[in-house]
Design a binder for this molecule. Structure first.
Ligand SMILES: Cc1ncc(COP(=O)(O)O)c(C=O)c1O
Length: 341
C-alpha cells in the first residue's frame, strides 16, 4: 500500500465524479455555450458573492490572467517571496505581463498592511509603478498558513488608499475557509479577483476559476484566449469541478485532522528539528542535520512506500488529501515512528 503525501493534486476522480462528467451537458465554450461551464462559473461566483467567473485549465493560468488584467508593462506587483505566482509559475508575469515583482518577507507567506504600505513605490520615472497586491490563502510554501480577516481588511484598506488592485491566489481557499470559519462572501467583498482551484484538495482532475466583476471577466476571457486557454466542450471537465464543490468541500476538515496527526507524530520523533504549526492540510518540517538530509529522507520514506516531496536541503513537505485513507494514515504514522529507533 503506497501512501502518496506529495501533493493534494495527486487525487484520482471518484466513480461518482466520473459519472457526473460523462452525463454533463456540453457546448462550445469559446462561444460561451457550454451549459456546464456556465453553471460552474455562476456557482463559484455566487459562493463568493462576486459578479462573474471564468473557467481555466489551471491555477497558473487564472493567476497570470489576473496579473495581466490588472497591470500594464512597467507596473509592479507586491507579493510575498514564498508566493506561488512568483516561485512556481516560471516567471510568467515577466513574459506575459512585463511587470516586476516586489518581494516581501512575510510570516509564513502572509503579508500585513504595514509591510505593503512601506513597499509601495514612490512616483518617479525610473521606478516601476506599484499596481497590484497579490496574496495567497492558504499559503502553500508557508505550510498551509491562513490569514485572519482583520489583516486582510487592513491590507485592503491600504490597497484602496493607494489605488492598487487586490488579487487572491485562493488555490486552497476552501481549506482556508474551513480552518478560519470566515464566510466566503467576506473574501468576495475584499478582493478584485480570486483564483480558486478545483484540482487541489477538492479532488477534480483539472480546472480553476477566476472570479471578478463582469467587466473584468469579459477582459479575462480575451486574455484566456490569447494565452491559449479557450476550450471547447470543456463542460466534461467542469462537471468534475461542480461535483467537487457540491460533495468535497465538507471533506476538507478530515484532511486537516489527518495533517494534525502527522504533525503530532513528527513532533514526537527525535530526528525532526522543527514542524511548522499545522493549520490546514500541509505539513512542512525540518530533518535534523545529524540524521539525514531531505533528499535522503524522501528516498528512505519512498523505499517504505511513503511518498513525499523535498522542499529545501533539510525541509520536507507532506500534504493530506481525499485519497489518503485512515489505513494509509496509520501506515504513515507507523513508518515515521519506526525511523525513531
Ligand atoms: C498556491 C498555489 N497557487 C497556484 C497553483 C497553480 O495551480 P496549477 O498547478 O493548477 O497551475 C498551485 C499549484 O499547486 C498552488 O499551490
Amino acid at each position: 500500500m503506497i501512501v502518496d503525501l506529495r501533493s493534494d493534486t495527486v487525487t484520482q476522480p471518484s466513480e461518482a465524479m466520473k459519472a457526473a462528467m460523462f452525463s454533463a451537458k456540453l457546448g462550445d465554450d469559446v462561444f460561451a455555450e457550454d451549459p456546464t461551464i456556465i453553471e460552474l462559473q455562476e456557482k463559484c461566483a455566487d459562493i463568493f458573492g462576486m459578479e462573474a467567473g471564468l473557467y481555466c485549465p489551471s491555477g497558473t493560468m487564472t493567476n497570470q490572467i489576473a496579473i495581466k488584467m490588472h497591470t500594464q508593462p512597467l507596473d509592479e506587483v507586491i507579493c510575498d517571496k514564498l508566493s506561488h505566482i512568483y516561485k512556481y509559475e516560471n516567471g510568467a508575469w515577466a513574459m506575459q505581463s512585463g511587470v516586476s515583482m516586489k518581494l516581501l518577507q512575510g510570516n509564513r507567506g502572509r503579508l500585513n498592511a504595514e509591510m505593503v504600505e512601506a513597499n509601495i513605490q514612490p512616483e518617479y520615472d525610473w521606478l516601476p509603478r506599484t499596481k497590484l497586491v497579490s496574496l495567497e490563502n492558504t499559503c502553500n510554501s508557508g505550510g498551509g498558513s491562513c490569514y485572519d480577516l482583520q489583516t486582510l481588511k487592513e491590507i485592503k484598506a491600504v490597497s484602496q488608499k493607494h489605488n492598487l488592485k487586490f488579487h487572491l491566489d485562493g488555490a486552497r481557499i476552501f481549506n482556508a475557509l474551513t480552518y478560519s470559519k470566515i464566510e466566503a462572501t467576506e473574501f468576495g467583498k475584499l478582493f478584485d479577483s480570486i483564483s480558486i482551484c478545483l484540482s487541489k484538495g477538492l479532488g477534480a482532475p483539472v480546472g480553476s476559476v477566476l472570479l471578478g466583476t463582469k467587466q473584468d471577466i469579459k477582459f479575462a476571457r480575451r486574455i484566456r484566449k490569447a494565452f491559449g486557454g479557450g476550450m471547447r466542450q470543456s463542460g466534461i471537465l467542469a462537471a468534475a469541478g461542480l461535483f467537487a464543490i457540491e460533495n468535497n468541500i465538507n471533506k476538507l476538515e478530515e484532511d486537516h485532522k489527518k495533517a494534525k496527526i502527522l504533525e503530532d507524530t513528527l513532533k514526537s520523533c527525535y530526528y525532526i528539528e522543527n514542524v511548522l504549526d499545522v493549520q490546514t492540510n500541509i505539513i512542512i518540517f525540518d530533518i535534523r542535520k545529524d540524521f539525514m538530509n531531505a533528499e535522503s529522507f524522501v528516498q528512505k520514506l519512498g523505499e517504505l512506500d511513503i511518498l513525499c516531496a523535498p522542499f529545501d536541503s533539510q525541509t520536507v513537505r507532506f500534504v493530506t488529501h481525499l485519497d489518503v485513507s485512515n489505513k494509509q494514515l496509520e501506515k504513515a504514522v507507523k513508518v515515521l515512528k519506526s525511523l525513531d529507533n
